[in-house]
Ligand binder design. Structure first.
Ligand code: SD4
Length: 291
């Protein structure tokens, strides 16, 4: 069997991440390495305030990170509320490959990183994050901000020529969240889900709204029942709007891909976009939206 390789990633920063992922996929054929190494680019991107240690901190001024990785055969790993690790996606992969568990959080995840030889970074905010945090502290009013300048969590899903599918998701979470808050990104089925009998989905936006509907799992199951990726994303957004009371304060977006290489995207409101890499080109595409 021969499949049509395709990689999708959320937001504009998905372009640089996909460039790397596509290079890995076309040189090695390995979709798991591709989705890991792709989002590692974003984890180091100092311009990005929603992914990696340079991201905006929680309300105590501490950057805590969430990440997950999943393969279409059901293998998965994730880390939540982890500190001092530059590449939480690689730590999530170690949880998947080196432990009998799926998820490690907080200090335990950090200790596992040390044991795996990950370098520990000093806890200093990046200059931009420090500046914005000091500004925020003046009023300290926690309000979710819709579409924070189009920088957001990166979720990546892909299909290799061998028919294998995989996905990755990594974030510093919501800016100024409560200490200990974990979002959708490391929750398998919420921020990411992959089943290579069917397809893959990933999410971005207000994590609480996505967890509430098991967004990514929902989309994969809808595709299993015959919906196209686009139809499945639209139904997930409909469900999300129905189940979240404060919808005026919420942005969330979904990306989906099936085994045939068909894909779709949909968001609650305008502003969501995604990167698409396939044979013959790379583009940044505006998602359709509901409200
Ligand atoms: C979260 N989905 O932790 C992530 C947030 C996000 O900028 O997309 N952030 O809820």
């Amino acid at each position: 069997e021969h499949y049509k390789p395709l990689i999708l990633a959320t937001w504009e920063h998905g372009m640089a991440a996909n460039d790397k992922a596509w290079e890995v996929l076309t040189t090695t054929g390995d979709i798991v390495d591709a989705v890991e190494q792709g989002v590692m680019v974003t984890e180091l991107d100092l311009q990005n305030l929603s992914v990696g240690l340079q991201g905006l901190p929680d309300r105590e001024g501490i950057a805590t990170l969430d990440a997950s990785i999943m393969i279409g055969d059901g293998s998965c790993g994730s880390v939540g509320f982890v500190r001092q690790v530059k590449h939480p996606i690689s730590l999530a992969r170690k949880v998947m490959e080196e432990t009998p568990h799926v998820m490690l959080v907080g200090e335990g995840a950090r200790q596992f990183a040390v044991a795996q030889g990950f370098p520990m970074e000093e806890e200093v905010l990046s200059p931009k994050s420090e500046e914005l945090f000091q500004e925020w502290k003046k009023t300290s009013q926690y309000k979710p901000i819709i579409n924070i300048e189009n920088h957001d969590t990166i979720g990546m899903i892909g299909l290799g020529a061998d028919g294998k599918m995989a996905g990755s998701c990594t974030t510093s979470g919501l800016a100024y969240k409560m200490h200990g808050r974990v979002g959708d990104s490391p929750i398998i089925g919420a921020g990411l889900f992959v089943d290579d009998e069917v397809g893959a989905a990933t999410a971005t936006g207000l994590g609480e709204s996505i967890i509430r509907i098991c967004g990514s799992f929902l989309i994969v199951e809808l595709m299993r029942q015959g919906r196209t990726p686009q139809e499945a994303c639209e139904e997930a957004v409909r469900r999300l709007i129905a189940k979240n009371k404060n919808i005026d304060d919420i942005q969330a977006g979904f990306l989906a891909l099936n085994k045939e290489g068909e894909y779709g995207a949909y968001s609650v409101r305008q502003g969501f976009n995604y990167a698409r890499h396939q044979n013959g080109g790379r583009d940044l595409i505006d998602s359709k939206f509901k409200l």
